[in-house]
Design a protein around this ligand. Structure first.
Ligand code: GAL
Length: 362
């Protein structure tokens, strides 16, 4: 079979060869009858998005003549490392990995490198290792900026309104995306914290104080319940920065248990991410305010294209070489653009865009 690492090394140095797919020409080689088998390691079945990711990548690869071995690590870093080790032993031709813990895969990726198996870091950047070849994701800082912008707009902060009470939530501390989302959001929110138009009554603003291990909704629910009990006697929370729909649903449960969402005590502005079905329904029902939609179908397609390009000895399409430093190197990346969705545009973006049917949202 092809010497994939050699092809990678040669092509990685040839920046002039970084061309869009269309410019490379979609030759029949893409649908190489030889095909191959791609190992896909996803983090968990508990969140709907990762099921869509897995299925999309498998379908995209199949259309290109590849077989797939798809595994889910059930949010346990050790399980995921063992699964990937197993895929390496089975000699898959390439690996597409959405890490659970971005730092727990270094050993197993050494084995992948020794076996000449190229690695694509999917959605979440794998840190601290040389043995990751490409990264495919969305513009993660922009996700945070879209959430913050929504809060700023809905509260009328640019018109000088306030002060308003806000509480801040971030994602899992072991996911590299967490800091990008939070920094993107705080970049826009910090000036209003400084001017006191926004006040965090809990005082919890440092990233390490606001993370949510494994992005777990019930963990966020508990934190919000505690904050309401400790810091909101006699006052209301006006906005919640939530980085992910599962967290938003947890926060909303805490708020509703504390009487929010009833006459005279409206729910705060609350953001999210992933356009998960439950959250889109919640947006339509007037509970969650916003989500950031990332078209997983595009992400899966880019990852499958990348694997195909690498295995055919071509340089994959990338659009960022500098931003995603993993502690050892800047990993060449392809970043897609996220979209802010709320009650006013979900129909256009999600239904007309074919992500959900109108019936699914009933
Ligand atoms: C992040 C991902 C988000 C969300 C979150 C929880 O890494 O970028 O879109 O899915 O994990 O699963």
């Amino acid at each position: 079979m092809r010497n994939r690492r050699a092809a990678l090394a040669t092509l990685a140095g040839a920046a002039s060869l970084v061309l869009p797919l269309s410019a490379c020409g979609q030759t029949s080689e893409s649908n190489s009858p030889e095909g191959g088998t791609i190992g896909i390691a996803m983090p968990t079945r508990a969140s709907e998005r990762w099921l869509t990711d897995g299925k999309t990548i498998v379908d995209e690869l199949k259309a290109k003549g590849y077989q797939s071995k798809l595994v889910y690590g059930e949010d346990d870093p050790k399980t995921q490392a063992a699964q990937i080790e197993n895929l390496v032993k089975q000699r898959v031709d390439a690996l597409i990995i959405a890490a659970i813990d971005n730092r727990s895969l270094n050993d197993v990726l050494k084995q992948a490198a020794a076996a000449d198996i190229p690695v694509i870091s999917y959605d979440r950047l794998i840190l601290g290792t040389q043995d990751v070849d490409y990264y495919v994701s969305f513009d993660n800082e922009q996700v945070g900026r879209l959430q913050a912008f929504y809060i700023i707009d809905k509260l009328g902060l640019d018109d000088g309104k306030g002060p308003f009470n806000i509480e801040l939530f971030a994602g899992s501390p072991d996911d590299n995306n967490t800091a990008y989302f939070y920094e993107g959001a705080m970049h826009l929110l910090q000036p209003y914290l400084d001017s006191k138009q926004l006040v965090v009554q809990s005082g919890q603003t440092a990233l390490k104080q606001v993370t949510t291990l494994r992005w777990d909704g019930p963990t966020a629910q508990k934190r919000m319940t505690d904050i309401l009990a400790e810091s909101y006697g006699g006052r209301d929370v006006d906005a919640v920065l939530s980085p992910y729909d599962g967290i938003s649903i947890g926060v909303l449960s805490a708020l509703k248990s504390a009487g929010y969402g009833s006459a005279g005590k409206p729910l705060p502005v609350i953001t999210g991410q992933d356009a998960e079905l439950a959250s889109v329904k919640s947006i339509i029902a007037g509970e969650q305010s916003q989500t950031v939609y990332k078209d997983i179908r595009q992400l899966g397609e880019v990852a499958a294209d990348m694997a195909d390009e690498i295995l055919n000895g071509r340089t994959p399409r990338i659009n960022n070489r500098r931003t995603y430093k993993n502690g050892v190197k800047a990993v060449p990346a392809f970043l897609l653009q996220p979209t802010s969705v709320d009650k006013t545009n979900y129909d256009y973006v999600l239904v007309a865009g074919g992500y959900y049917t109108a019936a699914e949202l009933k």
